[in-house]
Each structure stands twice: as structure tokens, then as C-alpha cells.
Design a protein around this ligand. Structure first.
Ligand code: COA
Length: 195
């Protein structure tokens, strides 16, 4: 269902156009196809373990969000789903956990940055105060990417993982970004009705 908001189109560094939009229940097959294309390394960095296939229950959970406490943005190249950025929290809580994965073939083209910036803006608009990311200590790409957000963050490590807590209350993004985040929230609300 369209809400009348303009499409959120982004360009990769090589000029490829993509549409960023909230995930919807009908994205299951495309999500499974993305997972099947991911390298073992990307899967390990995302899930902290081997996960050759997504179980049907995972697909159901990942594609059905409430559009506020649990939210996910996807990037589409035509009908191919090529990136997911999500946060998972509980209704009424001010903190949520984020996760992101980009199709291996499209990594290092600025897409992770675009997705994360949008997700953080949506989280702030949805009332979150903190977004937390658990990142493997050796995941320099994700740790570097989080630094580029230029938001205050606290880092704690147990040696194996770094827990990065990002403070969303410190800065207000420009009006155009707020408007875009509101449009994503409105669209998610209309495409993921409660129940
Ligand atoms: C981590 C990941 C999301 C990054 O996405 P990406 O699209 O490749 O990242 P971008 O191209 O947007 O990079 C943005 C910035 O992050 C930083 N960055 C990216 N790769 C980096 C690396 N290997 N080392 C240090 N910094 C890096 C840079 O500052 C970069 O900006 P620049 O390219 O202008 O220098 C992607 O590699 C991925 O999906 N990895 C597998 C899953 C995963 O690790 N998820 C995180 C667990 S929550």
C-alpha cells in the first residue's frame, strides 16, 4: 500500500539506484534469497555463528514488525532485496538493538551508512533514546561505520564483542531527514497492521 509519500531512492557509489523502504510481510522470499547469497563471513558477522538457512519462523519474525518498537528498512534493487537494517525493542522501552547486513556484492559502496543513518532517524522519531549494537571485536567495517554516525556512543568490550550504545537524544537531524523518517514510520504502520 502506498501512503502518498515520495519514494526514498538512493544511489550507490557506482550509480546503481535503490529504493529504501520498510520491510513488509511479503518480503519473505526476497529475504531468503538475500540470505542464500550472503558469504559465510557476512552471516557470521551478522548472527555470530553459522546460519546456512533462515528457518521459516525467522523469516516470519524478520518480515513482520510492528513498525515502532520493532522496525526494519530494506534496500531494493528492482525486486532483489539487497540490504536490511533493523532494530528490535519492546513496546514502551526507550532502547532497542540494531543489526544490519548488506549483500556482499554491494558492500563498501556507502549503503551501510545510508541504511544506518535512516534507521537511527526512524528510531529517534519512534521515541527511542538509545540504540545498541553488539559487534564482533574484529568487525572493523561495522565499528568504523558506527563511528561515522557522529553521535555520542559508549563502547564496552568483553574481548569477543564490543557493545556500542548510541545516544539518540544528543542531536536533532535536519528537517529533511526527520520528514523522511516520519514517512518511513507512516508507511510501516500502514503496511504492518497490528495483529
Ligand atoms: C558492516 C557492513 C554493514 C558495512 O556496510 P557497507 O555498505 O560495506 O559500509 P559503507 O560502504 O556504508 O561504509 C561506511 C563507512 O564505514 C567505514 N568502514 C567501512 N568498511 C570499513 C572497514 N573495513 N574498516 C574500517 N572502516 C570501514 C568507513 O568509514 C566507511 O566510509 P568510507 O567508505 O567513506 O570510508 C557490511 O560490511 C556488512 O553487511 N557486513 C556483514 C554483516 C555485519 O557485519 N553486520 C554488523 C553486525 S550488527
Amino acid at each position: 500500500m502506498e501512503t502518498g509519500s515520495p519514494r526514498d531512492e538512493v544511489l550507490l557509489r557506482d550509480g546503481t539506484p535503490l529504493e529504501v523502504r520498510p520491510i513488509r510481510p511479503a518480503d519473505g522470499d526476497a529475504l531468503v534469497a538475500l540470505h542464500a547469497r550472503l558469504s559465510a563471513d557476512s552471516i557470521y558477522r551478522r548472527y555470530f555463528g553459522a546460519r546456512p538457512h533462515l528457518a521459516p519462523a525467522d523469516v516470519e519474525r524478520f518480515t513482520r514488525v510492528d513498525g515502532r518498537a520493532r522496525f526494519a528498512l530494506v534496500a531494493m534493487r528492482g525486486t532483489d532485496l539487497v540490504a536490511v537494517a533493523r532494530y528490535e525493542g519492546r513496546p514502551g522501552e526507550r532502547s532497542a538493538e540494531l543489526a544490519v547486513v548488506i549483500d556482499d556484492a554491494l558492500q563498501h559502496q556507502g549503503l551501510g551508512r545510508l541504511m544506518l543513518e535512516r534507521l537511527v532517524d526512524v528510531g529517534r522519531e519512534a521515541g527511542l533514546h538509545t540504540i545498541v549494537a553488539d559487534v564482533l571485536t574484529g568487525n572493523a567495517a561495522m565499528l568504523g561505520l558506527l563511528r561515522t554516525l557522529q553521535l555520542p556512543q559508549r563502547r564496552e568490550s568483553d574481548g569477543e564483542t564490543v557493545t556500542v550504545s548510541i545516544d539518540l537524544t544528543a542531536a536533532d537531524p535536519p528537517a529533511a531527514r526527520l520528514e523522511r523518517a516520519r514517512a518511513h514510520l507512516a508507511r510501516a504502520g500502514s503496511e504492518n497492521p497490528p495483529g
